[in-house]
Design a protein around this ligand. Sequence first.
Ligand SMILES: [Zn+2]
Length: 73
Amino acid sequence: MASDSDHYMTPRGEYIRIVPMQDALGPHCTECERTVIPRASGGTEAEPWQHAMGCSQYRPHPDSIAGQPDYAA
Ligand SMILES: [Zn+2]
């Protein structure tokens, strides 16, 4: 059964650290208004799991249960 926790837990039951970044000067999604910026660790791509779950641009974290290829929402 799908649940919100599927989006921040791995299949092994570990929590994924998805830290919502709030930066008043950073780029914002026009739809969900979340700050969506590359990770401070050096990523160059915006990470789509930073969007709100209801946002059309949201994608589950690839390590999450919901991010698995065979996941059925
Ligand atoms: Zn968004």
